[in-house]
Design a protein around this ligand. Structure first.
Ligand code: HEM
Length: 413
């Protein structure tokens, strides 16, 4: 957060350089604050846990910009706003409201039940074991290795690509596309054009490939729904549903695993508490998501009618940012030390996976991956130590994604 505009809106830092500090500054301004997102998009930012929760659960708050965003018709007049199209300019369950949302979610939800997720456990364990071997080879003789690139990143991307039958040749393109959507540091028209072009070509290639080579994967299943089911998907919805589920499915989990490694290595007392069994790995995952939610702030929700929020009116048609990081770090909800990572806190009520009708479909998978990867890493390398100084790590260039660019470690002290 750096400047305020002539209307008193606070500019959100497009690099997300220090999200925790930014949320604290916003909170000091009130329970809901007028902000400006990268490129100058006006929005409201709830800064307290209770305010955010009430807004998310309020049926007068929509996620459909086409129906409920007053500025939607003039988006084309603002080239610097185009980056938001990667988030709200697509039609899938993430950007729909009411029955349309229910229809689009129903088509995908059965693939992500706890039971279906549990069936993925053997693959998650096998990939984790393989990655630990790779890490060990890379880290011989006390060499510094990047646990994000070689470990945290690899497990979720391999899993999501297997689930959706993404051929190996397309993996780097998919990863590049998702990183570009998350990157809010350069909201210019070139960036927007790149993202729009890549959505069509990369995911279009995936659909074309799976039409020709059907498999036992979710892309094939969605194509079948598209082609055979009367209540099914349009071509556009198919493309954008794949974008959502593949995009949501790995970068978030990469950051969950990376952020947890950093939190534990940065505080040996916390690591000791976990190693001794005083705090569970489940608790580590929840506390990581509370303090360092993989999605810090999500664009966008919209007021369907005027909303009175603790003395502030959010006019109908205005945009609202879903500020998970502000909620997780709210001292009114989590106490004065809300900013401190404490796995014994028992903060299972965080909202980092969302709540209400849009709650995360992939939470069981994300948990399975993190709860397999983290204990396996710390068990395999009891001498794992940070190869970074406090405050040295850099956040990915985004106010949306909350994760470190690298996680440099030594495997044996
Ligand atoms: C640590 C990992 C993850 C985090 C923190 C996370 C976070 C979230 C959040 C906050 C939402 C709610 C959006 C809203 O408020 O509107 C959401 C929705 C969603 N997530 Fe996740 N997610 C994670 C992993 C995954 C995975 C692994 C998948 C799929 C493989 C996934 C698929 C989805 C989908 C499809 C939605 C949209 C649901 C809807 O709009 O009805 N997510 N996620």
């Amino acid at each position: 957060m750096t400047t305020t505009d002539s209307l008193g809106r606070v500019a959100v830092d497009p690099f997300g350089s220090d999200i925790a500090a930014e949320m604290a500054k916003l909170r000091a301004l009130g329970p809901v604050v007028a902000v400006e997102l990268p490129g100058g998009i006006p929005a409201w930012a709830p800064t307290e846990y209770g305010v955010l929760k009430d807004l998310i659960l309020d049926p007068r708050v929509s996620k459909n910009p086409r129906l409920h965003w007053r500025l939607w018709p003039e988006l084309g007049e603002h080239p610097a706003w185009g980056w938001v199209l990667g988030w709200v300019g697509v039609v899938n369950m993430f950007t729909t409201y009411g029955p349309e949302h229910a229809r689009l979610r129903r088509l995908v939800a059965p693939s992500f039940t706890h039971k279906r997720t549990e069936a993925m456990r053997p693959r998650v364990e096998a990939i984790t074991a393989e990655l630990l071997d790779t890490l060990e080879s890379a880290g011989v003789d006390g060499r510094v290795v990047d646990a994000k690139r070689l470990f945290a990143y690899e497990l979720p991307i391999r899993m999501i690509c297997e689930l959706f039958g993404v051929p190996v040749v397309l993996r780097a393109d998919v990863a590049e596309l998702v990183a570009a959507i998350m990157d809010t540091s350069d909201p210019g028209p070139e960036h927007t054009a790149f993202v729009q072009e890549r959505i069509g070509t990369v995911l279009g290639s995936l659909i074309a490939y799976r039409r020709e080579h059907p498999g036992d994967d979710m892309t094939t299943e969605l194509i079948r729904v598209r082609d055979e089911d009367g209540d099914g998907l349009s071509d556009e919805e198919l493309l954008y549903t794949l974008l959502l589920v593949i995009g949501a499915g790995f970068e978030t989990t990469v950051n969950l695993i990376g952020n947890a490694i950093v939190a534990l290595l940065s505080d040996p007392a916390q690591l000791a508490v976990v190693r001794s069994g005083q705090a569970s790995w489940d608790a580590v995952v929840d506390e990581t998501l509370r303090v360092h939610p993989s999605i810090a702030s999500l664009p966008l929700r919209f007021a369907v009618s005027d909303l009175k929020v603790r003395g502030v009116t959010i006019p109908a048609g205005d945009a609202i940012l879903t500020t998970y990081a502000a909620a997780g770090l709210d001292p009114a909800h989590y106490g004065g030390a809300a900013h401190v990572f404490d796995a014994t806190r028992g903060a299972g009520d965080h909202m980092a996976f969302g709540i209400g009708v849009h709650r995360c479909l992939g939470a069981p998978l994300a948990r399975l991956e993190a709860l397999t990867a983290l204990p396996a890493l710390f068990d395999r390398f009891p001498g794992l130590t940070p190869a970074f100084e406090p405050g040295e790590l850099r956040q990915v260039p985004s106010f949306i994604a909350f994760g470190w660019q690298q996680v440099p470690v030594r495997l044996n002290g």
